[in-house]
Design a protein. Sequence first.
Length: 151
Amino acid sequence: MNMAETPRQKFERFYAQTDFGLTADAATTVAAGFQRVGSLTVGAQTLATYGAGAISNGVDYRRNIVVDFNSAAATPILNMRVRFAILNAQETRKVVIAEELSQNLASGVALGEYGLKAKEDDKLVIEVLPAANVTIDVSESSASIPTTLYQ
């Protein structure tokens, strides 16, 4: 007899930069290709995806993703591409969920719940491609990243 899988409870959660391991005083990135600056491993018996909410009946329920990367003295880093991706546990398959310029993310960009879900031990990753070599001062930066979790 096959038992149907127990329905999972869905809820929204906002992660900060420290949840992605962005805790160092500074992270130097170079303009030579996308580089991972943070990752979050999905926990046991959990599914997760970037974004929260959706547009329903003409009403926008999407939540804003805000990432404000700054260099020393709280100077905004402009024209840096920031990617949000799901990476499988073996790190052999990456799906980019969103890519946005840093100056747009600093003021917030609506990001609805994405259909693909990361499974246990998969990773939600943040990658950057700066326009020039730059050092991200994590103590001067902040992030509020909406995710939808299923447990």
